[in-house]
Ligand binder design. Structure first.
Ligand code: GAR
Length: 214
């Protein structure tokens, strides 16, 4: 069993996609042991509680220093018995020591095709605003391992989504979630749980299941 700690900041639709995939038997050998939000009122916490999953808010604001916050996060995650940390719309930049403490065991979902529209300042709706501003015709989502940089870790899965002429950032965000994020995040977790992801020369190599399409 691969135990997951899912870190969230907002609505939690990606968390919901993981919960639903487990419920539907599409994601197996995986259990969510903890959901942690940095924001008190995050709806993601409600989603977790509705499904009987332990959910807590650990706010950076409650700590005098950043390293104290991350020490608490580290202790809570270690106590939960999580093997893999999933950043599912978690909008706090991780400290280097936190990333090192869980090296190779943190993944993130990002709402673009990395290396486009990523890095510092690119999160949530902002990513889609920039894609529309640039006039790209194709965008998508990426699941990647987290390293000490911002959105620089090895890419596990990506899925492309077409942009339409009258898209607004909100419409595009919804399409990217529906057509890419909610599909590739559970698939990436399944691949890790199955031991089908390996690192080679700083890149992630994923063995797909026979006939599996992204
Ligand atoms: C998602 O679109 C996710 O890809 C994005 O935040 C949203 C969270 O939605 N993450 C980032 O931008 C990270 N750089 P959710 O709370 O409904 O899952």
């Amino acid at each position: 069993m691969l135990n997951l700690a899912v870190l969230v900041s907002g609505g939690g639709t990606n968390l919901q996609a993981i919960i639903d995939a487990i419920g539907a038997g599409k994601l197996t050998g995986v259990k969510i042991v903890k959901v942690i939000s940095n924001k008190e009122g995050a709806y993601a916490l409600e989603r977790a509680k509705k499904h009987g999953i332990e959910a807590v808010c650990i706010s950076p604001k409650s700590f005098a220093a950043r390293d104290e916050y991350f020490r608490e996060m580290e202790d809570t995650i270690k106590d939960s018995g999580a093997d893999l940390i999933v950043l599912a719309g978690f909008l706090v930049v991780l400290s280097d020591s936190f990333v090192r403490a869980f090296e190779g065991r943190i993944i993130n979902i990002h709402p673009s095709l990395i290396p486009s529209f990523c890095g510092d300042g690119f999160y949530g709706l902002k990513v889609h605003e920039e894609a529309l501003k640039r006039g790209v015709k194709v965008t998508g989502a990426t699941v990647h391992f987290v390293d000490e940089g911002t959105d620089t870790g090895p890419i596990i899965l990506q899925k492309a989504v077409y942009i339409e002429n009258d898209d607004t950032p909100e419409i595009l965000q919804k399409r990217v979630m529906e057509q890419a994020e909610w599909i590739i995040l559970p698939k990436a977790i399944q691949a890790i749980a199955d031991g089908r992801v390996r690192l080679e020369n700083g890149r992630a190599v994923v063995e797909m299941c026979k006939g599996e399409k992204i």
